[in-house]
Ligand binder design. Structure first.
Ligand code: RUQ
Ligand code: CUA
Length: 622
């Protein structure tokens, strides 16, 4: 068995080396899991062929920019849905609709997925996610598992903390991870404290139009905003976010952002902020309604918390929020009720940038320090309100009671869990059946694929004593995930006919090629097992254009039949798109290369799929 080696990089490395000997952890290796892999465990995760899993797992794909969909408990990977990155398997980022949505970017860094909620429970309608790489937010619909809208979030650089939605999906709050000057203009780092801001955006989603919108922004101090969560029930109008680098360091953050003993949790009342905006209490900046807390008072408070906190999670009953400290080995339980009292009594110990600081003792309920548990990051909950916190450094999950602080159970995981996710574990009614540890390091767990190993997701049965019973490799990198009951998601089988869509062609005889100057519009059909671009032509499956023409290929899949997806690719033209049953999709490009280019269907659609081809002929302009 290979020895566990320290993580050489990252924020925690110095702390790790100074605090513990890694030899202590070489004990908790994969052999422990193996000895637990009894037949009864295998039966728990075995879903016989033809039967379906009980839950969907939506795992963030990190810097793959995608979302990974798994079944639970089998942990079978079902689908990868492209969100922020191009994907040649589906033509995402190539067809017009998705290309436009992507806003010119070809990659993204997807961190935290969030289901839409009704009354604090997942409603199975939409999934939201944010892109730390290029400051975007996306909404995916769960009828088709495709992205409907993406917005760029101005004045922000890396909405890491998001997306976490309020109880009825009124808002998601997207605070910045990196402070930047408003408008992202050039400003010297010497002017950091004055000129840089940590802007948070309140984003809404219009379900009828399927559009994301920025309702307003808040110019918070130039700190890093790390994680957030929305309140529930009695705290439903509130939200919390952790901060670090309240030192406002501009270099060598590893050391300089860890000086102060306390950072803050930002506690805000979004109903009040909404009211302030309605009453005109904001400045119009870069086209946004911007609240400046030093000027527009109210609704925002700071709660001191042990240095450099990471996760903050609201308990299912909405009464508490729990912060976990990267650099302090404790979970701190805060009381919303006490915070509301403190706000009412103006029980402040000072202010920063015009934001009142509540007294720590007035809001804190207890600090919890399980013995030798190090690097607490994120907390999930079960049906009894018990908390499960990931320990990044001591590589384990600790189960504890938020009401007493008592440690109830611990299980080693392999290794270094960031988040974990419980079945419906961040809603008002968690299921309490499964918990999945999202491990940064899978060392020795799977067949080797060279120096870089996959990450891992370990399935833990939490119905009794915690037991790791299954594990699945996963591409970099599942930051967070959500598990939803499978029967909440109602997918459609085919896209319904849309008679109002002028780009769609449903009848074979209507397929045509229309030339307009040097623009060529193809209104074509893909069906088993042929393309029809021009019904009246001698060769209906051929598109002929002149070099330099602007070509639009509008393709409708007229097979209104489940699972009959067609693809469309032109050899050597670096173009590819997918048309799902009933769907119409458009490719737009310039025919800049003259020559003869075969085109073909990329999706295996019938026994005669190989015959589903044609030619794209580009006449040279002499
Ligand atoms: S963060 S490992 Cu990107 Cu969710 Cu805590
Ligand atoms: Cu259509 Cu293959």
């Amino acid at each position: 068995m290979k020895k566990w080696v320290p993580i050489a990089s990252g924020l925690l490395a110095g702390f790790v080396a100074a605090t513990i000997s890694f030899a202590d952890f070489s004990q908790s290796t994969n052999t422990q899991v193996a000895s637990g892999s009894t037949k009864s465990n295998a039966e728990k995760v075995y879903v016989p062929f033809g039967e379906k899993d009980d839950y969907y797992l939506f795992a963030s794909g990190g810097h793959s920019g995608q979302m990974f969909i798994y079944g639970v408990p089998s942990m079978r990977h079902i689908r990868t849905v492209p969100v922020f990155s191009q994907d040649s398997a589906t033509g995402y980022g190539f067809d017009e609709h998705s290309k436009k949505m992507m806003g010119g970017y070809t990659w993204g860094d997807l961190h935290h997925p969030a289901f839409s909620e009704t009354k604090g429970d997942y409603d199975g309608k939409y999934m939201f996610a944010t892109d730390v790489g290029n400051s975007r937010a996306a909404a995916m619909d769960l009828e088709t598992f495709t992205v409907k809208d993406i917005i760029n979030v101005p004045n922000t650089s890396g909405p890491h903390c998001a997306a976490f939605v309020t109880e009825n999906t009124e808002y998601m709050f997207l605070p910045t991870r990196f402070a930047v000057p408003i408008g992202s203009e050039y400003k010297s780092l010497d002017e950091y404290s004055d000129q840089y801001r940590g802007v948070m955006s309140a984003v809404t989603f219009d379900q009828n139009k399927e559009k994301l919108n920025i309702a307003y922004q808040v110019a918070l101090p130039p700190w890093s905003y790390d994680l957030s969560d929305a309140g529930k029930k009695s705290s439903a109008d509130w939200a919390v976010m952790t901060t670090y680098n309240t030192e406002e360091a501009t270099t060598n953050l590893e050391i300089n952002a860890s000086q102060a003993d306390r950072d803050y949790i930002v506690l805000f009342n979004w109903k009040e902020l909404e009211k302030m905006v309605a009453e005109g209490q904001y400045d119009e900046v870069t086209g946004q309604k911007m609240i400046f807390p030093e000027k527009h008072k109210g609704g925002i408070y700071l709660v001191p918390v042990a240095k450099s906190p990471h996760g903050v999670d609201v308990t299912p009953d909405g009464k508490h929020f729990i912060a976990s400290g990267k650099l302090a080995p404790s979970m701190t339980v805060f009381s919303f009720e006490k915070a509301f009292e403190a706000v009412k009594n103006q029980d402040f110990s000072g202010e920063r940038n015009g934001i009142p600081i509540l007294k720590y003792e007035s809001v804190m309920e207890r600090e919890v320090n399980p013995e030798n548990a190090l690097g607490p990051l994120h907390t999930q909950f079960d049906d009894k309100g018990m908390a499960y916190t990931t320990m990044f450094i001591s590589s384990e999950i600790v189960k504890w009671d938020p009401k007493t602080g008592e440690t109830l159970d611990r299980v080693p995981v392999q290794y270094s869990p960031g988040h974990s996710v419980a079945a419906e574990g961040d809603t008002v009614s968690p299921d309490g059946k499964w918990l999945i540890a999202l491990n940064k390091i899978a060392k020795d767990s799977y067949l080797s694929v060279g120096p870089s190993h996959p990450e891992s997701m370990q399935l833990i049965d939490i119905s009794g004593k915690m037991k790791v019973i299954q594990s699945s490799p996963v591409n970099p990198e599942p930051h967070y995930a959500q598990i939803i009951k499978a029967d909440k998601i109602k997918t459609i089988e085919v896209y319904p006919k849309d008679e109002n869509n002028k780009l769609a062609t449903y009848k074979q005889e209507d397929a045509k090629i229309v030339r307009n100057g040097n623009e060529v519009h193809v209104y074509g059909i893909a069906m088993r097992s042929k393309f029809i671009f021009d019904a009246k032509a001698k060769r209906p499956d051929v598109i002929e254009v002149n070099q330099g023409d602007k070509v639009f290929i509008h393709l409708t899949n007229t097979d209104f039949d489940e699972d009959i997806t067609h693809g469309f690719a032109i050899n050597s033209y670096n173009l590819n798109m997918e048309v799902q049953p009933g769907q119409t999709n458009t490719l737009e490009f310039t025919a800049d290369k003259a020559g003869t280019f075969p085109l073909y269907c990329t999706n295996f659609c019938s026994a005669l799929h190989q015959e589903m081809t044609g030619y794209f002929l580009v006449k040279p302009t002499k």
